[in-house]
Design a protein around this ligand. Structure first.
Ligand code: PEP
Ligand code: MN
Length: 337
């Protein structure tokens, strides 16, 4: 349930509603917009009667949100959320490009890639220190050593960093070096992990599980939001279908559908969807045309030597061409890179 306050509601009217919500055993989340404040009532509200709030001073209307996700829904927060990171705004006019290797492999590799993607126009450096691999025999990432290398590169290049945390106990340390903590597709429904990043409050990039619906993605987002962290960006990275020419199928429809259902920024990772570098540029162009707020692209200076996801990684020159093409599409749809 949400309580929409009148434009001229006084602070004490808002406090009174919040107080009543708490008295009844619920939690109140405030969304203070330019026109009015909306109070989200969180808890099992099936037996809660709207009339409790309808007659209170300053209340314009009380609406039952029928969708199972509340804080993530546009009903609660009608305007786009903008996540500010290091002077960048994700969810605003500029398309934010995050690029870098699948995994941090060495100081030379991550530094070389960082300088190349920065030169080509990327805004944020990606690179996993903790890698969720399908096989226990595959390269698992450099772990904490990888985080140290990312911190060094951040210091030297000024690029913001997005990197993954796989377990709740890693969250605090990952959060010290990362500007955005990535929750990978395989961990989208790891609720303890969602709780941990919700509590930490650092920006989060939540990737859609390859076998999860948009509603499940939004319910996972709800876990993070309900722990008080609104600095959240969603990422479509391809889902499993019967098609085998691509690694996964990029669900381009997720972009406009999510943008309508939620106020949160939505970015697209065409690299993991395609599984092959050849499809990454056209899929990026499609994503931006469909309304994506950013891209997450795998780039490696020597894809043939990459320890993970080399086949889908772009060489830096090809990444620079991708940025140029995406820029044209962005301009055509009233955005910029
Ligand atoms: C990644 O970003 O390198 C990654 C492992 O992605 P996903 O979780 O989407 O598979
Ligand atoms: Mn990868």
């Amino acid at each position: 349930m949400i309580v929409v306050m009148r434009r001229k509601a006084k602070p004490e009217n808002i406090e009174a509603v919040v107080g009543r919500v708490k008295e009844l055993g619920f939690r109140a989340h405030l969304s203070a917009g330019e026109e009015c404040t909306i109070i989200g009532i969180i808890g099992d509200e099936r037996h809660l009667n709207e009339s409790v709030f309808r007659t209170m001073d300053g209340v314009e209307r009380v609406v039952r949100v029928l969708k199972p996700f509340k804080l993530a829904s546009r009903d609660f927060h009608p305007h786009d959320t903008i996540v500010a990171i290091n002077g960048l705004s994700i969810g605003a006019k500029r398309i934010i490009i995050m690029a870098g290797p699948c995994a941090v492999e060495s100081r030379e590799q991550i530094m070389e890639t960082a300088l190349a993607v920065k030169e080509a126009g990327a805004h944020i450096l990606r690179g996993g220190a903790f890698k969720p691999r399908s096989s226990p025999y595959s390269f698992q990432g450099l772990g904490y050593k990888g985080l140290e290398l990312l911190a060094e590169v951040r210091e030297e290049t000024g690029l913001a960093i997005v990197t993954e945390a796989m377990a709740p106990e890693q969250v605090a340390t990952v959060g010290e070096c990362a500007d955005i903590i990535q929750i990978g597709a395989r961990n989208m429904q790891n609720y303890n992990l969602l709780h941990a990043v919700g509590e930490l409050g650092k920006p989060v990039l939540l990737k859609r599980g390859m076998m999860c619906t948009m509603e499940e993605l939004l319910m996972s987002a709800e876990y993070i939001l309900s722990h008080g962290n609104y600095r959240l960006v969603l990422c479509e990275r391809g889902i499993r279908t019967f098609e085998t020419y691509t690694r996964n199928t990029l669900d381009i429809s997720a972009v406009p559908v999510l943008k309508q259902l939620t106020h949160l920024p939505v970015i697209v990772d065409p690299s993991h969807a395609a599984g092959d570098w050849q499809w990454v540029t056209p899929l990026s162009m499609g994503a931006v045309a469909a309304g994506a707020d950013g891209l997450l692209i795998e780039v490696h200076p020597h894809p043939d030597k990459a320890l993970s996801d080399g086949t889908q990684s772009l060489r830096p020159e090809r990444f620079a061409q991708l940025v140029a093409k995406v820029r044209q599409v962005a301009l055509a749809v009233g955005r910029e890179v």
